[in-house]
Design a protein around this ligand. Structure first.
Ligand SMILES: Cc1cc2c(cc1C)[n+](S(=O)(=O)[O-])c1c(=O)[nH]c(=O)nc-1n2C[C@H](O)[C@H](O)[C@H](O)COP(=O)(O)O
Length: 495
């Protein structure tokens, strides 16, 4: 006998921690016993106890989350949605302006560089999402200097070199790639686009670019791997969980699914203080990938704090051999910020480091990746260590000329974060593809003008780095500031 669908009155009775039911996509679920396990903490679920939580649930969790993680006995059955009383919406004061901006946003071909996507995203994204993606730590000095540092490095171009044919391909960790950048790990892709990280996967596939899959993705790890095309290469970015069994399971599953490298994030024993994000009082749920961490989250402080309570602050050099024992994937330390640690990474026998300050989201006034690179390579060469591991850089890369500078200084490749998030959030997959094409076009032009037909022809004699360590936080980075100026479309001129 099929049970009659549940009504609003019956669901509404289960509205407390003692008995907590939620409705997701027309089905009721008893999550009472799951409350303490939810990585997003119980508060966010109790907010929707006895109600329809679909809208809150969708931006963060893949559709199969409940099937995967909630015992079938807790699936209470179909709901007669005609009886569900919709929650009165708290009006978002920005929403009408945002809708207007969406309507009037520039066409994709009016975006000429990566910073144009930033200007559009700032106006068309939900405030919570913009706050989370754009925020840096504390006074955002490092966030700004990541980009400004490139402007303190000047080219020394070679002339009368045959640059008719340009080949910007290279290898990263043994993988051939058509252009020396990768999509770096950035959490909560569904804050910017309903399909989340799989949009970045598809954009990367089109341009034969490597994608680093974040631990804190909105999409499930398997969804992102399933979305890859052919032999497209993916790496896993790992926040190490206090529960090493969970970490081991995630790493070995990633290896089984074909990930080629493990990037262990080492600059975030705690996530930084990102005040734009905190102001938005993030109350979305955390990512599902860590949904078994069982940690409750402090949601009063924005997304970052809410999703990171599982990260293990005790991670140290003594753990590297354990990682080398549980996987055959190449191991890279992401977030190294001084040459002494690069030397230690060589001694530890890892395959690479990413010189990075997490996009200025961690320790404010930490130096930019490119500045660390400029200081590091001469010392590695002096010690004969420069071929011992591969060096990557990320942070503030917004032009192909930034990529060329990094390669001249000895980087194997660079990671790019926010620009692809902004392109995805503003224009979806076409936006990501356009952003990558713009970089490709710029790269070809820059290599031609600097006198380097191939990546191997780029060397440190082509850059002047004498000023790179001269910080002057007073000077704002006008180029990226322009991104906040009225953009191309007339409708943006007045704002
Ligand atoms: C923009 C952004 C960066 C994040 C990021 C989320 C966003 C929205 N998140 S975070 O929530 O924890 O901070 C991650 C992350 O999951 N793991 C990680 O290793 N780096 C994370 N990063 C840092 C990222 O991998 C790069 O280091 C940084 O984005 C490079 O700077 P640009 O954004 O200027 O390219």
């Amino acid at each position: 006998m099929v049970n009659a669908p549940l009504t609003n009155d019956e669901i509404a009775k289960h509205n407390s921690a003692d008995s907590c039911w939620v409705v997701i996509h027309g089905k009721a679920y008893d999550v009472t016993e799951f409350l303490p396990e939810h990585p997003g903490g119980s508060k966010i679920i109790l907010k929707y106890a006895g109600k329809d939580a679909t809208e809150e649930f969708d931006p963060i969790h893949p559709p199969d989350t409940l099937e995967k993680y909630l015992d079938p006995s807790k699936h209470m059955g179909e709901v007669d949605m005609s009886t569900i009383v919709a929650e009165a919406k708290v009006a978002d004061p920005y929403e009408s302006e945002r809708q207007e901006n969406i309507k009037n946003k520039p066409t994709l071909d009016q975006c000429y560089n990566l910073l144009d996507f930033e200007a559009v995203a700032k106006r068309v994204m939900k405030k919570t999402a913009w706050a989370y993606y754009s925020s840096g730590a504390d006074d955002e000095i490092t966030l700004r200097d990541n980009h400004s540092a490139f402007h303190r490095i000047w080219f020394r171009p070679r002339v009368l070199v045959d640059v008719e044919k340009i080949d910007m391909s290279t290898t990263m960790l043994g993988t051939k790639t058509s252009i020396p950048f990768y999509v770096t790990a950035t959490a909560l892709g569904k804050l910017g686009h309903p399909e989340g990280e799989v949009i970045l996967t598809k954009g990367a596939a089109k341009h034969n670019v490597i994608q680093m899959i974040p631990t804190l993705a909105s999409c499930s790890f398997d969804e992102i791997v399933d979305a890859k095309a052919g032999d497209q290469v993916q790496w896993l970015q790992l926040y190490v969980n206090k529960n090493r069994e969970i970490t081991k399971r995630i790493v070995q599953h990633a290896e089984k699914r074909g990930c080629k490298a493990l990037f262990i994030t080492v600059d975030a024993p705690q996530l930084g203080r990102r005040e734009k994000d905190m102001r938005s009082k993030f109350d979305d749920n955390g990512s599902n990938v860590q949904s078994t961490s069982g940690e409750s989250m402090d949601r009063s402080q924005g997304a970052a704090r809410a999703i990171s309570s599982f990260i293990d602050p005790s991670l140290s050099w003594k753990d590297i051999p354990w990682f080398q024992s549980i996987t055959k994937m190449k191991i890279v330390l992401k977030g190294v910020q001084r040459v002494e640690d690069v030397v230690r990474a060589c001694e530890a026998g890892v395959d690479g480091v990413v010189l990075s300050n997490h996009g200025g989201r961690q320790l404010d006034t930490a130096p930019s990746g490119i500045e660390i690179l400029a200081a590091t390579m001469p010392i590695l060469r002096q010690r004969g260590l420069d071929k011992k591991l591969e060096i990557f850089v990320d942070g503030g890369i917004r032009r192909a000329s930034d990529i060329v500078k990094a390669l001249c200084l000895g980087a194997k490749g660079v990671g790019i974060g926010r620009p692809f998030l902004y392109a995805m959030s503003s224009y979806g997959l076409p936006g990501v593809e356009r952003a990558m094409q713009l970089l490709r076009d710029e790269m070809e032009m820059n290599m031609r003008l600097i006198g380097a037909p191939t990546v191997a022809d780029l060397d440190e004699s082509m850059v002047d780095t004498r000023a790179v360590a001269l910080h002057s936080t007073a000077i704002k980075d006008t180029l990226s500031l322009r991104a906040y100026d009225p953009l191309l479309a007339p409708a943006f001129r007045s704002k």
